[in-house]
Design a protein around this ligand. Structure first.
Ligand code: ASP
Length: 579
């Protein structure tokens, strides 16, 4: 017995007259006065089965019992459909299988939702993920992801990178999120941490002489979940010895070009443009600019130093964005709300009407020179932020993104890739009163800052880069510190005492002291990449078995309770039993 001679998406005119066997799921059944039609579906597509009770009475008897999502095996002759029943929307729409024998291979209980139903509650979809995954969109997303990972592997291997697997049970790795900790039965009272990334381990593969490493690695970060965050992130993780930035960027660009070409049939332009962090921040108010549209930020700090308008005169930075439209009060109120969400106290604006007349509560405080500076074409609106510099970036960056979408300035068909480099090395954690690493503590300073980063940490630059597409960060990396003294100096600056350095990173410092080659690398998010590639806004829909926004898997119920016996073995006492 054969299950199938063809996949359900394959039958076309050329096969008419042939005897075929197909197996798959009943996507739809219709009874038409005697004739029964069943859409039989598998991963490749759908073929229409016709069952004629006169030609195949036994099959017809069984066909009456068929419900959606039963698994069937059908044998028959492929026939051409009559002209009026041809379905031009289906690749198999010109033919149908005239069934001679039908087998009900598996039945299905009534479905919690229909596969073609729109807007099914996501929890229900996740609870019955095996059904949800049968939908066309999810099949497409998951297969696209596999195709992409295949290309990644081929490109990385062609460039001489070796796939090395690193452990899941490890020690805390500093990527700035909370760790997932795992108790140990053999070592009661001690815990593994799931890696937030294989950062230290991949550096050790360089010290170990592997020269070029890559891995499709899962990284665990116990973060508060937002729409675009999950706890298990998959990354393409890369590291190379004696690093050459041009080579590394070129490998990545070639890989992306091939992914876009083979998965989407789109030629993307390489090399990707580059921009420093300072430029991205000044022009777009963000380190991940969407360069598919303009609306760039402008700086009026110098011009407003002696302003009559106290809010401007007293602010560390006064910046603005010129919108090519006469916005209404309603629009402005909405924008003000967004500005406030991003930390602004209010939103100052100037609206120039068709005649170029200005309308604004603040116009009377501004001098002629100031007004002249901000005046653009008639019918424009100028939106301001006056605050500390980073706050103005945050607010105007958010307004710019919102307006880009709202005003339809974005060409959804294009992909603009961009490298952003020369990131600051440190940022101030005001609450903790100390410096933290912007990338991670193993990132090396740029050559200019190598000897002086500790004298002026605020301005020190790191040899770090991010890759952006359409305003999404695909990932980032850096050149690393391979000198143990330099590493210790960075740890010092981050407030890690000598003893803490030994406890946490002693093994790394020891390794760096035993002939470490210069090295550097990058990590790129596979989930995010798939989202962009598939045009899929929901991160969970590019992951086969995701958890929900509370970190719960509605399908298996994980995380779940463990028995008292397991807790005893681990030496763990719960303060409270879960509700
Ligand atoms: N380990 C870093 C991350 O996961 C990437 C890198 O520096 O290569 O973000």
């Amino acid at each position: 017995m054969t299950w199938r001679t063809h996949m359900c998406g394959e039958p076309t005119r050329e096969l008419v007259g042939q005897q075929l066997t197909l197996s798959g799921w009943a996507a739809r059944r219709r009874d038409h006065g005697g004739l029964i039609f069943i859409d039989l579906r598998d991963r490749s597509g759908v073929t229409q089965l016709v069952i004629n009770p006169e030609l195949a009475p036994e099959a017809a008897e069984l066909a009456h019992q068929v419900r959606n999502e039963f698994v069937l095996r059908a044998e028959g002759t492929l026939v051409a459909r009559s002209a009026e029943t041809v379905n031009p929307n289906m690749p198999t729409g010109e033919v149908e299988l005239q069934v001679e024998a039908l087998e009900l291979v598996s039945r299905s209980t009534p479905l919690p939702f229909q596969l073609d139903e729109e807007n099914v509650d996501e929890t229900l979809r996740l609870r019955y993920r095996w059904l949800d995954l049968r939908r066309e969109k999810l099949q497409r997303n998951i297969t696209l992801r596999a195709q992409m990972v295949g290309i990644i592997r081929r490109e990385m291997e062609a460039a001489g990178f070796v796939d090395i697997q690193t452990p899941i049970l490890f020690k805390p790795t500093p990527e700035g999120a909370r760790d997932f900790v795992v108790p140990s039965r053999l070592q009661p009272g001690r815990f593994y941490a799931l890696p937030q990334s294989p950062q230290i381990l991949k550096q050790l593969t360089m010290v170990a002489g592997f020269d070029r490493y890559y891995q499709i690695a899962i990284c665990f970060r116990d973060e508060d979940l937002r729409a675009d965050r999950v706890q298990e992130i998959t990354q393409l993780d890369v590291e190379m010895s004696f690093p050459d930035q041009e080579f590394l960027f070129d490998v990545m660009e070639r890989m992306y070009a091939r992914i876009w070409r083979e998965c989407l049939g789109i030629e993307i332009e390489t090399p990707f443009p580059r921009m420093t962090f300072a430029e991205a921040d000044a022009r777009f108010g963000t380190d991940k600019p969407d360069t598919r549209f303009g609306l760039e930020l402008e700086d009026a700090t110098a011009a407003t130093r002696g302003s009559e308008f106290g809010v401007f005169a007293g602010a560390e930075a006064v910046r603005f964005v010129r919108v090519p439209q006469e916005l209404s009060r309603g629009d402005l109120a909405k924008l003000e709300e967004i500005a406030k969400e991003w930390g602004a106290k209010g939103l100052a604006y100037l609206v120039y009407d068709e005649e170029g007349e200005v309308r604004s509560p603040i116009a009377k405080f501004l001098s002629e020179e100031e007004l002249a500076l901000f005046r653009g074409e008639p019918a424009t609106t100028v939106l301001f932020a006056a605050d500390r510099w980073p706050a103005t970036s945050r607010v105007l960056g958010a307004l710019r993104s919102h307006l880009g979408r709202e005003l339809g300035l974005i060409d959804e068909e294009t992909f603009t890739f961009l490298w952003v480099d020369d990131f600051p090395m440190f940022e101030r954690d005001e609450d903790a009163g100390r410096w933290t690493a912007v990338h991670h503590p193993f990132t090396r300073p740029t050559d200019e800052w190598k000897d002086s980063f500790d004298e002026d940490p605020e301005h020190a630059l790191a040899h770090a880069y991010d890759l952006i597409v359409n305003g999404n960060e695909l990932g980032g990396g850096s050149f690393r510190i391979h000198e143990p003294e330099l590493q210790a100096k960075v740890f010092d600056l981050l407030g890690l005492g000598e003893e803490e350095q030994r406890v946490k990173f002693g093994f790394l410092l020891d390794a760096l002291a035993m002939g470490a080659p210069p090295h550097g690398g990058i990590a790129l998010g596979i989930d995010r990449m798939t989202m962009v590639l598939a045009g899929e806004p929901n991160l969970r829909d590019v992951i086969a078995f995701p958890k929900n926004q509370a970190g719960v898997d509605p399908m298996s119920g994980a995380p779940s309770e463990v028995t008292q016996e397991q807790l005893d073995e681990l030496g763990i006492k719960l303060v409270e039993r879960p509700q």
